[in-house]
Design a protein around this ligand. Sequence first.
Ligand code: NAD
Length: 300
Amino acid sequence: MSDNEGTACVGFIGLGTMGREMARNLLKAGFAVRAYDVRPEAVSELAAEGAVAATSPADAARGAAVAVTMLPDTPHVEAVVYGEHGLLKAPPAGRIIVDMSTISPVAVRRMAADLAAVDVAFLDAPVSGGPVGARNAALSIMVGGAADAFATAQPVFRAMGTTITHVGAPGAGQAVKLCNQLVCGINIQAICEALALARASGVDLDQLRHVLLGGSAASWMLDRLGPQMIAGDASAGFRIDLMLKDLRLVLEQAGALDVPLPATALVTSQYVEARAHGEGTNGNQALFRVYDRMTGRTAG
Ligand code: NAD
């Protein structure tokens, strides 16, 4: 498969916040895209932009070099692989499935083994960079699985991301992504604490952000999510419930490997608190509302 060849076909399953942007970038790069989602309106939206509307995972994979999945959680990916019209029974013609969701590494290894038994390669290729990275085809993509399948799928990855790294055997991509997520979660929490203290101290929060971004406390989260935290804007991007799912996967992995992660455990509890207050579908920056409640002060 070469870049922009115009004829290679990708089956794309899961056209949500991230997936629709990634599928659009495949179209822009010249791939034919067969798009499927359980929400018909998401399929119609992509079809209006040049994708072929598919009616099931099997239909999306039909004739495709690679099938890509971008779904919320482990059970959704398992349903698409093992389900009645799933990819195990009807794999793509190129016999490569790339899951780009964040899911359990244990489930990845099981699916990779079941698919290998029918001569299909399964790559776990979770991403970092959020909806903006997805839109700009600037994702960081961490890939576990067979090296030859990784090499074959390179043009597909290059249409969606800029940092594309093969990190090891099946499950290794998810292991790296879980490390990424614990850094993101603890970083968001650190920003919330700084903003809470600055607000109570009567410091201008925009100025605080500006100063921190110019020094050693700078971070992607402060840059991208800081303005929304300061404005009290909870609109969804990466949802609280998806981050909670990721942090629970981190703690599951850590538990299985006997690795204590006290900071991750603490911030996970705060995400549970946020969801209990109805913030599950809000964006991650809504973690700051936990600090609103703890301090009796509000943002915005
Ligand atoms: P999303 O919920 O916006 O999109 C998921 C899509 O999958 C939805 O359109 C849903 O209708 C569809 N879907 C669910 N079950 C399906 C099924 N059985 N068959 C076909 N389609 C199905 O989620 P998202 O924000 O796009 O995230 C997708 C994955 O990427 C998650 O694992 C998430 O943790 C990860 N991720 C998200 C971000 C982010 O900033 N949003 C960043 C990096 C990674």
